[in-house]
Design a binder for this molecule. Structure first.
Ligand code: SF4
Length: 350
């Protein structure tokens, strides 16, 4: 098959758009979608200046998603002094897994000249995930503990590093799975929370302004058409998050990393086990195979619903928790003791 753009040999067929693309045009299409998402979500604030840049901390695991995100953001903003990038990696204490992916993080950030910080669970909490899995005081999957610890580290260090935004490498498949899980659980409040935490634009007008004349244009797919001029609220208890890779299917992220020869570490964590998400993944693969474009249409509808749910939220709603501080560590929480401190107590008691 030939590339629909240049006639060279095609490296990929994107069923959802019908396009065949060569290596170069696939990479161009991915770059374009990430840059469009950055514009549409209004990530670069009007008041960012070279003297007072907007600092973006990128959660860099060394896997393909965060490596590709870091590479594209570096190429986009290397010459723009209004944006400062810092990479933050976490070592969970997983033997034979994280060391190799951290090597990939070091190689990438040294190549790009980006500041890179590494935080270890062992230093922060005196726990290693390999031991947590053994002790398992709450009879939970490893990822349930690990996710709580990771959120804590990312939030605290993002703040410590002076982040204005915390960026993560979630791709289209990740986000469509999360959306479907929220649909199936009927959790409208979670949808509103998702919008406020990471989906909603920072500037409600940016999408409408940027959309004119910039449709998919045959670039192999793009952001959803769920235009909303509703912006997310400022959240004073968290550094706001964003996911600029969320319009790019996982397979294309993997191909981008391979075609650009990026130092991504492609091995699954030995403790990965999220039973429900695993079922949703299988369902999504089947749906996408039989009905190409399903992930994009799920996200289009979900973003619109999440935006409506967010704008309809009543601040006096009793189900909307008031955030206070954890009485032990000071982290934002709606309870006396935050979830992380509760888990650390349970692990200590084993
Ligand atoms: Fe942690 Fe689960 Fe990710 Fe492994 S797969 S690093 S246990 S969240």
């Amino acid at each position: 098959m030939e590339c629909d753009k240049c006639g060279d040999s095609a490296a990929v067929h994107a069923e959802y758009s019908g396009l065949h693309l060569c290596e170069g045009h696939l990479c161009q299409a991915v770059d374009k979608r990430v840059r469009r998402r950055v514009r549409e979500d209004g990530l670069v604030p009007d008041d960012a200046t070279p003297e007072d840049p907007d600092t973006w901390v990128i959660g860099l695991s060394g896997g393909k998603d965060s490596v590709v995100l870091t590479q594209i953001l570096h190429e986009t903003f290397d010459e723009d002094p209004r944006i400062e990038l810092v990479a933050l990696s976490i070592h969970e204490g997983i033997e034979g897994y994280r060391d190799e992916s951290l090597d990939a993080c070091v190689e990438l950030t040294e190549d790009l000249g980006i500041r890179h910080e590494v935080v270890h669970y062992e230093d922060e909490f005196d726990v290693r995930m390999d031991d947590v899995v053994e002790d398992d005081p709450e009879s939970m999957a490893a990822c349930a503990y690990c996710g709580v610890f990771r959120r804590d580290v990312l939030s605290r260090y993002a703040e410590e590093l002076g982040a204005d935004k915390l960026l993560t490498g979630h791709n289209l498949d990740d986000e469509a799975e999360t959306a479907l899980m929220n649909f199936l659980e009927g959790d409208v409040r979670q949808m509103a929370k998702h919008f406020e935490a990471s989906l909603g634009p920072f500037d409600g007008d940016s999408r409408a302004e940027e959309d004119h004349g910039d449709g998919d244009g045959g670039d192999g797919g793009g952001s959803s058409d769920a235009a909303t001029d509703h912006a997310r609220e400022d959240q004073d208890h968290h550094v706001p998050r964003a996911k600029p890779l969320r319009d790019v299917p996982e397979k294309e992220v993997a191909l981008y990393a391979r075609f650009r020869d990026l130092p991504a570490h492609i091995t699954e964590c030995p403790h990965a086990e999220e039973a429900y998400r695993g079922e949703i993944q299988q369902l999504m693969l089947k749906l996408e195979e039989n009905h190409p474009g399903t992930r994009h249409s799920i996200m289009a509808g979900y973003e619109e619903l999440a935006s409506l749910a967010s704008s309809a939220q009543d601040p006096d709603d009793e189900a909307t928790p008031d955030f206070g501080e954890c009485e032990r560590c000071g982290a934002p929480t709606a309870r006396d003791l935050c979830r992380k401190c509760g888990l650390l107590d349970a692990l200590e008691a084993v």
